[in-house]
Design a protein around this ligand. Structure first.
Ligand SMILES: Cc1cc2nc3c(=O)[nH]c(=O)nc-3n(C[C@H](O)[C@H](O)[C@H](O)COP(=O)(O)O)c2cc1C
Ligand code: SF4
Length: 436
């Protein structure tokens, strides 16, 4: 059973098998064009595969939106070292739950994308790093790997040719930081999940210090469609430089929360009102975090925006991991900021001081503030502490904590002021919905 009903406005490319009977099985996959892209790729040169991925304008779906074809092109194929494909299935960003459904309903699509990536860069081994909380997905992926190996889509001499590729699952232990690519690689190697000094980037020195293509689940899942139908067809679904569709996980105060596949550049207000069934209880929209908790918040009047990487950057926010968190008029913004900071303070790996101390002090300040014990000067102090973390931490987790905080304080100063002078939270006093 699907987690949510599909919307008629969806453009189903990566999710086209969702809802089919036994959608995760190899038979269903083969009956619906599965592994045809791999057959085609086996007849292509590596450069031709990479060229199609470049033409598709596929940008990484894990958060940063780096062009996938460009990244694959950085791998030195002539290096004598073994090469690796690594799937980032850590999915730790609050508000994001789209990789989960891609693996649950269509695991072979991910495997096919991995093997094609292996062909493109000359890798014979792939790892799927799955977050600890998604333990049940390990079984699904392991079953799919066994099925694919049994029928010649993985293993030695794939489809009777000369190319070998093995895939393995690997579980994380529930650490958000292990979704950061270099910390993920450390963890995959059995070490403590802390980030590496870069450069070199994973394309040059990734898993076991060997050249590695590391992408998000959704990024790899887009590859079979790109090779099957051509990069240009995929690019045409989206906006310039933002090819294809995107899985948006819409949560919060809407009538129909869920994961929806929509063309890149789909309007955010339409997404809320027409795809997600509008605001719950007919309430007014107050704010949206458009791409997971690390993205700057948009006020209601800023939400008439195209959901692609470049349009959101222009709106001074980010598309991030596609987790759209919708907040209605009864949401306490101070509490939302506090809740987000509790997460980052808990997840900071503690290695560098601005992040370790900054997230901890911001959490303390925000808790105190929300409890009505804040001082007027605390409003600027919260913004200042966050600004002093920005760009000064070892990995982007510090920025991820600072950016939403700065935006909430700047855009909702009046709500922070409403918590001053020992006043209880105005939203809780009204007995209204609050972000828990
Ligand atoms: C703290 C932190 C957590 C991250 N968590 C994830 C994650 O759970 N999944 C993911 O794909 N990328 C995550 N990223 C981004 C990865 O570092 C990396 O950019 C991404 O996996 C690359 O794949 P892509 O180019 O396909 O997006 C995270 C980054 C940071 C800084
Ligand atoms: S910013 Fe520093 S302390 Fe925070 S998670 Fe990254 S390395 Fe660790």
């Amino acid at each position: 059973m699907l987690y949510n009903e599909p919307s008629p406005l969806e453009v189903k490319v990566l999710t086209r098998r969702f809802g089919l009977e036994n959608s995760a099985s190899l038979d269903t996959y083969l009956a619906t064009d599965g592994y045809t892209a791999l057959r085609k790729a086996l007849g292509m040169k590596p450069d031709e595969i990479i060229e199609q991925v470049k033409i598709s304008n596929l940008r990484g779906r894990g958060g940063a939106g780096f062009p996938a074809g460009l990244k694959w092109g950085f791998v030195p194929r002539t290096s004598p070292k073994p090469k690796y494909v690594v799937v980032n299935a850590d999915e730790g960003e609050p508000g994001t739950c789209k990789d989960r459904v891609l693996m649950e309903y269509d695991p072979h699509q991910l495997l096919e994308g991995m093997v094609i990536a292996g062909l493109a860069v000359g890798a014979n081994t792939g790892y799927i790093y799955i977050r600890g909380e998604y333990r049940y997905l390990i079984e699904i992926m392991d079953r799919a790997i066994a099925e694919a190996r049994g029928r010649g889509y993985l293993g030695k001499g794939i489809l009777g040719g000369g190319f070998d590729f093995e895939a393995y699952t690997h579980t994380g232990a529930g650490s958000y930081e292990c979704g950061e690519e270099s910390a993920l690689l450390e963890s995959l190697e059995g070490k403590r999940g802390q980030p590496r000094i870069r450069p070199p980037f994973p394309a040059i020195a990734g898993a076991f210090q060997c050249p590695t293509v590391l992408n998000n689940v959704e990024t790899f899942c887009a590859v079979p469609a790109i090779i099957r139908d051509g990069g240009a067809a995929f690019a045409a679904l989206g906006t310039p430089k933002n090819g294809g569709t995107r899985l948006f996980a819409i949560s919060g105060h809407v009538n129909k929360p869920g994961v929806y596949e929509l063309p890149m550049g789909f309007n955010l207000l339409r997404m809320i009102n027409e795809v997600a069934g509008g605001m719950r209880g007919g309430k007014k929209l107050k704010a949206v975090i458009p791409g997971g908790s690390s993205c700057p918040v948009l006020k209601a009047e800023e939400c008439d925006v195209a959901m692609d990487f470049d349009s959101l950057a222009k709106a001074r926010s980010m598309l991030g991991s596609g987790g759209v968190v919708v907040m209605d008029e009864d949401t306490c913004v101070v509490k939302a900021t506090m809740r987000i900071m509790k997460f980052y303070a808990h997840e900071s790996c503690g290695w560098c001081i601005p992040c370790r101390e900054g997230t901890m002090w911001l959490e303390k300040l925000l808790v105190r503030f929300h409890d009505g014990m804040g001082r007027r000067t605390d409003i600027d102090l919260i913004g200042d502490v966050a600004k002093n973390m920005l760009g000064r931490t070892f990995c982007p987790l510090g920025d991820a904590a600072a950016m939403p905080t700065i935006s909430f304080v700047e855009k909702f100063r009046d709500e922070f002021e409403a918590h001053l002078d020992g006043k209880p939270c105005p939203f809780e006093r009204a007995g209204a919905m609050v972000v828990a």
